[in-house]
Design a protein around this ligand. Sequence first.
Ligand code: PRX
Length: 637
Amino acid sequence: MSEVFDTTASKSEVYYPSQEVVDNIAHPDYMELRENARRRPLDFWEEQARKLVDWYEPFTQVLDDGNRPFFKWYTGGKINIVHNALDRHIKSWRKNKLALIWEAEDGEQRTYSYFKLWREVNRFANILKSMGVKRGDTVTIYMGRVPELPIAMMATAKIGAIHSVVYGGFSEQALADRIEDAQSKVVVTCDGAWLRGKTVNLKDIVDEAIHRSPVVQRVIVLKRTGQDINMVADRDFWWHELAALPIAGPYCDTEPMDAEDPLFILYTSGTTGKPKGLIHTVGGYQVFIAATLQYAFDIKEEDRYWCAADPGWITGHSYIVYAPLILGMTSFMYEGAPGYPYPDRWWSLAEKYSINILYTAPTAIRGLMRFGDAWPSRHDLSSLRILGTVGEPINPEAWRWYYTVIGKERCPIIDTWWQTETGGFMITPTPLIPLKPGSATLPFPGIDADVVREDGSSCESNEDGYLVIKQPWPGMARTIWGDPHRYVQTYWSDFEKQGWYFSGDSARKDEDGYFWVIGRMDDVIKVSGYRLGTAEVESALVSHRTVAEAACIGVPDELRGHVIHAFCILTAGVNGDAALVDELKNHVRHEVGPIAVPAAIEFVDSLPKTRSGKIMRRLLKAKVMGQPVGDTSTLEG
Ligand code: PRX
């Protein structure tokens, strides 16, 4: 560790691993790996690919960089992620090990052994086949947080089709756009989802989305809430009715895929209104997520692991569904929201299921912290060994609370910086790395991250700059679905000459080489850790008859990290009153989803624009925050 910690002069707060952590570490070779990976990254990625996953046919080349930035990993290899996540465990002693424990909001509990999960996946894979889904087709999945969501994902992957999971918190237009872009003929959904004791009418939203995007031919509906829904004859089918038919047999062959075949599309927000469908491929992705989870969370066979994200986001894809199963772990999944129906629901679950590793987001930590220490203190949380965080910078106050009150100063906080685009952790400590609250610490082995200036030169210590990745890695998104040009433009054009990936984040490195991520440099806002493009919210606002023009900015918020503040120019003659504010909020909730609803809507007569017509959000932000406006020389007349 001396390479990192020679600077004893560092004034920042440092937390060294406890003796308990050092004595119980499962992967003590991490620092050696880091060093080896630094010298020979491709050897490191080759070794991980051989060690962590099985191949039907071995790869012939680790990295093909002949067509930059369209890198290919493990070319020539044949593999399927479901073979590694499920099939191979069925042939081992893990067959009867618990793969998944699930608890519903109302306390109902379900468990899945590896065998049971495998069989359910096979059945659903056969159902998908009977619906005409073939290798290379896309299937859109829009569900609540139920075990059938990972089952549907893996069934899709098993037969070589491509899943596109749309987070259940998105509404009509967002879902319609994603269905349309992916051209999914089949949608898998639920009648409804439970959220804080109420039901969300998912099927109604699907019906409306199909109305807007008529490409869909078949809808498979899981009965979850039992509410009344509309079923369209010959288009909509109940999951349980299909599962009772002979077509849903318990065996289904797994399709051997090329390492570079697409595994899934996951939409994420960017600078324009149109969401980007990022493509992750079968081979490199699974190697990367398994390696990162194994080392960063120091995984042990007996662990009970709880990633509290939603499977509909990348965190869920990588670290609820695929990586834990590849590593043969036992995961816990909870249907509901933190703090519902009572403030210590999470802590009672951690105690009840004897959770060893908890992985969540700063916004959840801050929310639970607000209830006070008495709630977690009622519970025996001594099973916890590792605590993780992701999604946005964690403020030191929340970090310290998580470390002290939840982890009792025994559990390292693994602050993982990564993105939908990166597939898995990029900058993260492991339990042996000394920690500083608010820093994601150091790049994972084999990851060449840096903070640079606009001209590409490396920043000095503590100088803010662009967070870039200088070498490719196996888990990187390969392209944007149907729009390779946008992929190059978005991620590879800022440092085109150097051939580096630009994350869109600003960061600084301190004198110990630790990374401190500051936040987004583009028009992306992180609200409660959810990623939203200002343009998505703006286009929802202008789709309302009263709004002529709109601009949104992110304003810091103690609980949610950032909230959205919207400025609207109304069409002539419309009165901007409180009732209209409510109506517009409702409209955004309807079009995009509850996470996109602005905290404030302000009616204005004009918006500051550059001479080329670009809205200067920087000025709007300065105004809201009462800061100096800075350089306005490009401002319109
Ligand atoms: O700004 C960074 C922030 O979240 C962005 C990526 O968002 P998304 O694609 O939704 O993925 C979230 C889950 C991986 C990043 O560009 N971010 C994510 N993790 C951290 C973070 N910012 C600071 N610290 C983190 N640990």
